[in-house]
Ligand binder design. Structure first.
Ligand code: SF4
Ligand code: SF4
Length: 472
């Protein structure tokens, strides 16, 4: 089998030239069955990504990541700061799931599901093809002097890129601060929300920078998931791979010659047309083997299949395959490593489901005011408390009352006659508890307090009560 002659790819990346400057990629417009399937999935995911913050189930936004207030909704399950452990478990499940997926199927997520790829390849790149044309036309336009055609094409592309970046920034904000707040701010106008407008323009600028200029560099340089590939992939992982056994054969790849019987020459099936390189959005040559830059977008599979068909050779020279399948003709097996990840994933999902079922929709915390001891009020001893009630449901609690279960005593809420907690809201306040010393069995006793909404018991809280030592 021939050796790969040029190994310079090991020292460089396709998007940086010898001088260390950015080498702009002009990928050929992909075409073929894989690209068609990716288009369908991408449009479905695009609709989902854009609609998810505006979908509500039981009054809860379907997806929300309010980092500032540490409130998250995942598939309409609200996670409060108090549920942070559940959120962390969900994130760990995501990471383990992704690791399992990667060990088995390589970087399939990047090519088919990643929002960066979907927006880049299915929105911005397609606008570019529409305005600038395919690879050849784009290269010509880049080299050409500024004239009316170039100005018209560039300006219309930049305007469209800006509009789409602004749209994405709005949706991003809906994920961050909730769609209700975003729609309210739009209704009230930018004059009342100038800070938010500035944030929105900064997000727009970031998205514009990413999709108009930074592009594949996100996958190659910035994405931490991409960096993990080296440790996750092994010889049994399925990837978009070049079948170098078939492609190189005894004497290596060679140009196609209609006149010869290729099989008898010892030449590989690769006709060195470089179409797989020209179509690659990260500028790599898949024939050099699995590389970190490859986002498994399948564009080279489609391109090579078209070439193979046109020269009468079997398709699949580039295909989804593991190294072991190419070299040893071994079929995909569920390895012990994959089984290990699957077992951890199953346990974590079980723990999360259990915790979600055990989780309360209402949380009440009643804590003694720090630094305060106790007071004598007539015959009674009084302690002062702060209370916090978190309502994770989608209905408002109109009339919250507190009832001391044991020992006998009274609870007096300071201020408001009626304590209300809005849906998805928090109520905080102060209350006094008075107990007759006759019921105190020590200087520090435990209290059980029931919290009602009208007649409905919604939560039971515990707290401490301090009395004088003489009652020991
Ligand atoms: S498209 Fe196929 S035949 Fe052409 S260079 Fe790439 S691997 Fe070889
Ligand atoms: S090598 Fe093929 S699958 Fe990988 S990024 Fe390039 S075109 Fe996509």
């Amino acid at each position: 089998m021939s050796k790969v002659q040029d190994e310079s790819f090991r020292d460089t990346i396709g998007t940086i030239n010898k001088e260390g400057n950015r080498a702009w990629i002009f990928p050929k417009k992909p075409k073929g069955p894989f690209y068609d399937k990716r288009k369908i999935l991408s449009y479905f995911l695009l609709v989902f990504l854009l609609a998810a913050p505006f979908i509500k189930i039981n009054g809860h936004q379907f997806l929300m990541f309010n980092v500032m207030e540490r409130r998250f909704n995942i598939f309409s399950f609200p996670f409060w700061p108090q549920d942070f452990h559940l959120f962390v478990i969900s994130m760990i499940i995501g990471v383990v799931g992704l690791a399992l997926f990667t060990v088995a199927f390589g970087r399939i997520f990047c090519g088919w599901f990643c929002p960066q790829t979907i927006f880049m390849e299915m929105v911005f790149r397609r606008i570019e093809y529409w305005i600038d044309g395919d690879r050849g036309a784009q290269i010509r336009l880049k080299k050409q002097e500024w004239n009316a055609e170039k100005i018209r094409k560039r300006v219309s592309k930049w305007i469209l890129f800006f509009i789409f970046s602004f749209l994405i920034a709005n949706v991003f904000l809906a994920y961050l601060v909730s769609s209700d707040r975003l729609l309210l701010m739009i209704k009230e106008g930018p004059a009342l929300h100038s800070g938010t407008l500035i944030a929105l323009l900064i997000f727009t600028a970031v998205f514009y920078f990413i999709f108009a200029w930074f592009r594949e560099q996100v996958c190659i340089i910035a994405c931490p998931y991409g960096r993990m590939q080296g440790v996750l992939l092994d010889n049994k992982s399925i990837n978009v791979a070049y079948d170098y056994v078939r492609g190189e054969k005894e004497i290596g790849r060679a140009k196609f010659n209609k006149q010869e019987d290729r099989a008898s020459t010892g030449k590989g099936d690769c006709i060195d047309c470089k179409q797989c390189v020209h179509v690659c959005p990260t500028g790599i040559d898949i024939r050099n083997g699995t590389q970190l830059e490859c986002i498994n977008c399948t564009a080279c599979i489609d391109e090579c299949d078209t070439i193979m068909e046109s020269v009468g050779l079997p398709k699949g020279l580039i295909r989804y395959a593991s190294e072991d399948e190419i070299v040893k003709k071994e079929r995909f097996v569920f390895t012990n490593r994959m089984k290990g990840y699957a077992a951890v994933l199953t346990i974590l999902i079980g723990v999360l489901i259990g915790m979600l079922f055990l989780r309360n929709d209402v949380e009440a915390t009643i804590l003694r005011l720090p630094g305060q001891l106790f007071e004598h009020k007539g015959e009674n001893i009084s302690n002062v408390y702060t209370y916090k009630i978190i309502n994770k449901t989608n209905k408002t609690f109109e009339n919250i009352t507190f009832k001391l279960l044991e020992p006998k005593g009274t609870i007096q809420v300071v201020g408001a006659t009626k304590v209300k907690v809005k849906a998805d809201g928090i109520a905080k306040g102060t209350l006094f508890i008075e107990i007759n010393p006759a019921y105190l069995e020590g200087d520090k006793i435990k209290l059980k307090i029931e919290v009602f909404d009208g007649e409905n018991l919604i939560e039971t809280a515990t707290t401490n009560f301090m009395g004088p030592r003489s009652f020991n």
